[in-house]
Design a protein around this ligand. Structure first.
Ligand code: M6R
Length: 342
């Protein structure tokens, strides 16, 4: 897991070096007059799909949502997917309900795209177009480099869709540089892990593009540390779950530059007023002096790409919290690399 976290800068640089497949797929999809986008994925790939929803909606102005796989695979619903783009996301390409959803969607009139690390897979064969991550084999059960590669692929696709050359350029240079810098935060994260070693619960919160980051960090912490980590959008947290927060409740708060930042700072203040134990991850220079730790991401990338970098402290936290608790992050109990859900 540690090695694969460190590989992410190279994986994204490799992906960003040649955006051709993403541009071609985006052009082909656009030519179909797409009106709605549906994303399908499980686990980490589902979290990448959430990021895709935000890109499609914010950048391209298209309504977007997550698939309901059981509607197709168990209820056999006839779903009208004409004028829809369906994007299946799966590292292995072998998660059965994701591949089946995409195969059904193609039959139901959707234009289908697969994003996968294994082009020759059930998902790859099911879709009209397959975008390959080229991340190299991922051995750890806890996905890391394929998650950032999925985010990179989605950003390249939607960047090409809207013709935003600055996003494509940043994926080639600024993001790999920021990832390389983020990996160097390891010692600081080890300190955070020591602080949280005995925690049995954790709230992870972010908003906008970084809601996906909160989902993914919480999943990593659950898988590798067996801590009940709950992800919330900052807005949802304030609509009820915040009642859980009592003194010393551990919170990981993502305060990234952009339109969500002021709300995250307000939430931070509210949580500190409740004497929660708040760890902040930020790429801003806001002074979070009441936080127990502030992890600063040195290099700022365009906000839509910030989830590729913001997830790294969370991945490192999962790794080091697992080790601090005497666990083996490479052998999470009762999990396999491929889970067969139908
Ligand atoms: O191969 P897939 O991307 O379809 O796998 C989906 C999930 O099983 C996978 O992401 C799982 O959640 C990982 N253990 C996450 O670290």
């Amino acid at each position: 897991m540690r090695r694969e976290i460190a590989e992410q800068a190279d994986v994204i640089a490799g992906l960003g070096a040649d955006p051709t497949q993403f541009r071609e797929a985006a052009e082909e999809a656009k030519a179909r007059g797409i009106r709605f986008v549906v994303f399908a994925g499980r686990g980490t790939s589902d979290n990448a799909a959430v990021y895709g929803e935000y890109l499609a909606t914010i950048l391209a102005g298209l309504p977007a949502g997550l698939a309901v796989p059981s509607a197709a695979t168990l209820y056999r619903a006839q779903i009208d997917l004409r004028d829809c783009l369906v994007i299946g996301v799966s590292q292995s390409g072998e998660t059965p309900d994701v591949a089946e959803y995409v195969a059904n969607a193609r039959q139901a009139g959707a234009f289908t795209v697969a994003i996968t690390n294994a082009g020759d897979s059930a998902l790859g064969r099911a879709a009209d177009r397959t975008l390959v991550l080229g991340a190299g084999q991922e051995r750890a059960v806890a996905a890391t480099k394929t998650y950032t590669a999925q985010l990179g692929a989605l950003a390249l696709f939607w960047g090409a869709w809207v013709g935003d050359q600055s996003l494509l350029d940043a994926l080639r240079e600024a993001v790999p540089a920021a990832l390389a810098t983020a990996v160097r935060l390891e010692e600081r994260i080890r300190r955070v892990a020591a602080l949280l070693r005995d925690a049995d619960r954790l709230i992870v919160t972010g908003r906008g593009y970084n809601f996906a980051t909160a989902l993914e960090i919480a999943l990593k912490v659950k898988e590798t540390c067996y801590v009940a980590a709950m992800p919330y959008s900052a807005a949802d947290l304030r609509h009820g779950p915040i009642a859980l927060v009592e003194p010393r409740y551990p919170i990981l708060l993502l305060a990234m530059a952009g339109p969500t930042c002021s709300g995250m700072v307000e939430l931070y203040e509210e949580l500190c007023a409740r004497s929660a134990q708040v760890v902040v991850v930020t790429d801003t220079d806001v002074d979070f002096r009441a936080a127990v730790e502030t992890v600063r991401l040195g290099r700022v990338v365009p906000e839509p790409l910030s989830p590729l970098v913001a997830v790294v402290p969370g991945q490192l936290l999962a790794l080091h919290l697992s080790l601090a608790r005497g666990l083996d992050p490479d052998r999470p109990r009762s999990l396999r690399k491929i889970t067969l859900t139908r």
